[in-house]
Write a protein that binds this ligand. Structure first.
Ligand code: HEC
Ligand code: HEC
Ligand code: HEC
Ligand code: HEC
Ligand code: HEC
Ligand code: HEC
Length: 453
C-alpha cells in the first residue's frame, strides 16, 4: 500500500513538481500540462481516498465487530451483509444505527425488531459507547462492498484478525491499472496540446523548431526513469526485508505427527508438550520420552480419522507410531525390556525462526500477556502438519503491541493481572478516566531495545 501513498506525499510538494516541469518543459505550455497533471493527481487521490475509507472500515470492522459478526454467515450475531435492507431500511439512517451500536440494551427496550433478534441469537450485542458516526459509515461501506463482491471476494471470518491479503492484492492491481490509465491520459493530453500549439503557430505564421518525438522528449524520459526507480526501489527494499521470512513454511517432518489428532481430537493440552512456554523464552519441542508416556500403551492408530499428507497421500498412522518406537528403542512385543535412557531424540525440523537480533519471549506473552497460542500460531488443533501461520515480521509484532490492551488489575472487580501493579500512573489515569485502556505500546512495547539485542 505504501507505494500508492507516494502520490499523496508528492502533493504537498507541488511546487517542486512544478519547478521540475518548468525547467524541463520549456517548449510545451507548462501551465497547461501542469493543470492537466494536477487534475489527474486530484482524481487519482479522490479515488484513493474512497478506497482508503473502505480500508478504514475494514480495520474497524475487524477490530470491533468481527469477533461476533461475519458478512456472509450468522455467527454470534447476524450476518451483516445486506443489513441496511432489513426492516424497511431502518439501518440506512446512520443516526439510528449509531444509537443501536452505542447502547443495544437501551435501544432494545423500545424496539421490537432488535428484541426479536436477541431472542433469536441468545446473547446481547456489546455496547460501543465511544464509536462515532463516521466510523459506522466506514464500517457500513466496507460491509456493503464486501457483500457485493460475494463470498471469497473479501470474506472476513470471525477468527481472522489478519488483513485479507486477497483483497489487498486485488486493490494493488486496481491501483496499478488506474495509475497506468492516468499516465497514458497525461501523455495523450501533452501530445494533443503540443499538436494544437503547433497548429495555431502555423496559422499565425510563427516559426517553431521541429517538435522532438516523444521518445527523445526529456519529460517522458525523466518521468519513466523516476517511475522505474520508485517502483523498482520499492520492490527491491520489500524483497530485501522479506528475505528469510517464511510464512506458510511447512517442512516435511521425520514422523507424521498430527496436532489435529493429539491437540484437537484427543484434546491434549498444548502445555503438556510445550509446557516451557509458561516459564521461559522457548516453548520447546517435547522429548521422545514425553511421547512414550502414552505410546508405550498406544501402539497403533485405529480410532482417529484417515490421515493424508500435503500431496494427498494416505498416511499409515500405525507405521508412524512404529517410527517413534524405533527412535525410542522400544519393542512393542517386549515392553518390559524398554530402557527409557536409551531413547534417541527425534530430529524435528524447526518451523518458526526469528533472526538472531530479535528477542522474543513466550512466557511474557502467555503468562503475563495472556495471549492465546492460536493468536500467533493459528488453528494448530486443526493442522495435521504444522505450518508457520504468522509472518513474524517486525510490523506484525508492532501492530499487535499497538492494538492489544494490557489486562490491568481492576481493584473493584478483582479481575485482571496484578503483574502490572507497578504502573501506578496508568492506574491512577484509568481511575480518573483520563485513559480508558492501556496498550502494550504504553508500557514500552515499541521500544527498540525491548525486542532487539
Ligand atoms: C459481542 C458480540 C458483538 C459485537 C462485538 C458486535 N455485535 Fe452487532 N450484534 C450482536 C448480536 C448478538 C446481535 C443480535 C441482536 C442482539 O442479540 O443483541 C447483533 C446485531 C447487530 C445489528 C443488527 C443486525 C440486523 O440483522 O438487523 C447490527 C447492525 C450490528 N449488530 C452491528 C454491529 C457493529 C457495526 C459492530 C461493530 C462496531 C457490532 N455489531 C459488534 C453481537 C455483536
Ligand atoms: C503430544 C505433544 C504435543 C502437543 C499436545 C502439542 N504439540 Fe506442538 N509440537 C509437538 C511436536 C512433537 C512438534 C514438532 C513437530 C512438528 O512441527 O509438527 C510440535 C511443533 C509445534 C509448533 C511448531 C514449532 C516450530 O518448529 O517452530 C508449534 C507452533 C506448536 N507445536 C504449537 C502447539 C500448540 C499451539 C499446541 C496446542 C493447541 C500444541 N502445539 C500441542 C508436540 C505437541
Ligand atoms: C505473541 C505470539 C506468540 C504466542 C502467543 C505463542 N507463540 Fe510460539 N512462537 C512465537 C514466535 C515469534 C516463535 C519463534 C521464536 C524464535 O524463533 O525464537 C515461536 C516459536 C514456537 C515454537 C518453536 C520452539 C521455540 O520455542 O522457539 C513452539 C513449539 C511454539 N512457539 C509453541 C507455542 C505454544 C504451545 C504457545 C501457547 C502456549 C505459543 N507458542 C504461543 C510466537 C508466539
Ligand atoms: C497424552 C498422550 C499422548 C502423547 C503424549 C502423545 N501421543 Fe501420539 N497419540 C495419542 C493418541 C490418543 C493417538 C490416537 C490413537 C488412535 O486414534 O487410535 C495418537 C496417535 C499418534 C500417531 C498416529 C497418528 C498421527 O498423528 O500420525 C503418531 C504418529 C503419534 N501419536 C506420535 C506421537 C509423538 C511423536 C508424540 C510425542 C511428540 C506423541 N505421539 C505423544 C496420544 C499421545
Ligand atoms: C498477538 C499479539 C502480540 C504479538 C503478535 C506480539 N506481541 Fe509482544 N506482547 C504482547 C502483549 C499482550 C505483551 C504484554 C505482556 C507484558 O506485559 O509483559 C507483549 C510484550 C512484549 C514485550 C515486553 C514489553 C515490555 O515493555 O515489557 C516484548 C519484548 C515483546 N512483546 C516482544 C515481541 C516480539 C519480538 C514480537 C514479534 C516476534 C511480539 N512481541 C509479538 C502481544 C503481542
Ligand atoms: C515488538 C518488537 C520489536 C520492536 C519494538 C522493534 N523491532 Fe525491529 N524487528 C523486530 C522483528 C521481529 C524483526 C525481524 C523481522 C524479519 O525477520 O523480517 C525486526 C527487524 C528489524 C530490522 C531489520 C530489517 C527488517 O525489517 O527485517 C531493523 C533494522 C530493525 N528491526 C530496527 C528496529 C528499530 C530501529 C526499532 C525501534 C524504533 C525496532 N526495530 C523496534 C521486532 C521489533
Amino acid at each position: 500500500m505504501c507505494f500508492y501513498s507516494i502520490p499523496v506525499l508528492l502533493l504537498p510538494t507541488n511546487c517542486t513538481l512544478s519547478t521540475f516541469f518548468r525547467s524541463t518543459a520549456s517548449m510545451i505550455s507548462e501551465k497547461y500540462i501542469y493543470q492537466k497533471l494536477s487534475l489527474c493527481f486530484f482524481v487519482f487521490i479522490a479515488v484513493l481516498n474512497i478506497d482508503l475509507s473502505a480500508q478504514d472500515g475494514k480495520i474497524l470492522f475487524n477490530s470491533k465487530c468481527a469477533s461476533c459478526h461475519n458478512v456472509f454467515k450468522n455467527t454470534t450475531g447476524p450476518a451483516l451483509g445486506g443489513f441496511q435492507e432489513r426492516e424497511n431500511g431502518k439501518w440506512t439512517d446512520t443516526k439510528e444505527l449509531l444509537k443501536w451500536v452505542k447502547n443495544p440494551p437501551a435501544y432494545m427496550e423500545h424496539d421490537a425488531y432488535t428484541k426479536g433478534l436477541k431472542a433469536q441469537f441468545g446473547s446481547i450485542m456489546q455496547s460501543f459507547s465511544d464509536i462515532t458516526e463516521p466510523e459506522l459509515v466506514a464500517i457500513a461501506s466496507y460491509v456493503n462492498t464486501t457483500f457485493q463482491k460475494g463470498p471469497g471476494g473479501g470474506t472476513t471470518t470471525a477468527t481472522s484478525s489478519e488483513p485479507n491479503e486477497e483483497t489487498d492484492g486485488r486493490n494493488a492491481i486496481l491501483f496499478g491499472i488506474i495509475s497506468l490509465i492516468m499516465a497514458v491520459i497525461a501523455m495523450i493530453l501533452m501530445q494533443v496540446n503540443s499538436n494544437l500549439k503547433k497548429l495555431s503557430d502555423d496559422v499565425e505564421g510563427v516559426l517553431r523548431p521541429e517538435p522532438t518525438p516523444f521518445y527523445k522528449n526529456k519529460i517522458y524520459i525523466s518521468v519513466v526513469a523516476i517511475a522505474f526507480f520508485v517502483v523498482g526501489g520499492f520492490y527491491v527494499t520489500k524483497g530485501a526485508i522479506g528475505f528469510g521470512r517464511q510464512k506458510e513454511y511447512q517442512p516435511h517432518q521425520p514422523i507424521f505427527y498430527s496436532h489435529k489428532v493429539h491437540a484437537g481430537i484427543n484434546q491434549i493440552n498444548c502445555l503438556y508438550c510445550h509446557g516451557n512456554a509458561m516459564e521461559s523464552k522457548h516453548a520447546t519441542i517435547p522429548s521422545t520420552n514425553v511421547c512414550m508416556n502414552c505410546h508405550k500403551a498406544i501402539t497403533s492408530y485405529e480410532k482417529g480419522p484417515k490421515l493424508f499428507d500435503e500431496e494427498g497421500k494416505e498416511i499409515n498412522g500405525t507405521a508412524e507410531i512404529a517410527k517413534l518406537h524405533k527412535y525410542a528403542r522400544f519393542d512393542p512385543k517386549n515392553p518390559a525390556a524398554w530402557d527409557p535412557s536409551k531413547a534417541q531424540p527425534i530430529s524435528w525440523v524447526k518451523i518458526h525462526n526469528l533472526p538472531d537480533h530479535v528477542y522474543f519471549n513466550h512466557s511474557q506473552h502467555i503468562k503475563a500477556g495472556n495471549v492465546q497460542c492460536q493468536t500467533c500460531h493459528g488453528e494448530i488443533t486443526k493442522m495435521d502438519e504444522v505450518f508457520q501461520f504468522s509472518e513474524l515480521s517486525m510490523s506484525w509484532c508492532i501492530n499487535c503491541h499497538r492494538d492489544t490492551k494490557v489486562n490491568f488489575y481492576d481493584e473493584e472487580k478483582g479481575t485482571g493481572n496484578k503483574f502490572y501493579s507497578i504502573y501506578e500512573k496508568f492506574h491512577n489515569d484509568l481511575k480518573s478516566g483520563k485513559m480508558d485502556s492501556v496498550t502494550v505500546k504504553d508500557i514500552g512495547g515499541l521500544e527498540c531495545q525491548k525486542c532487539h539485542y
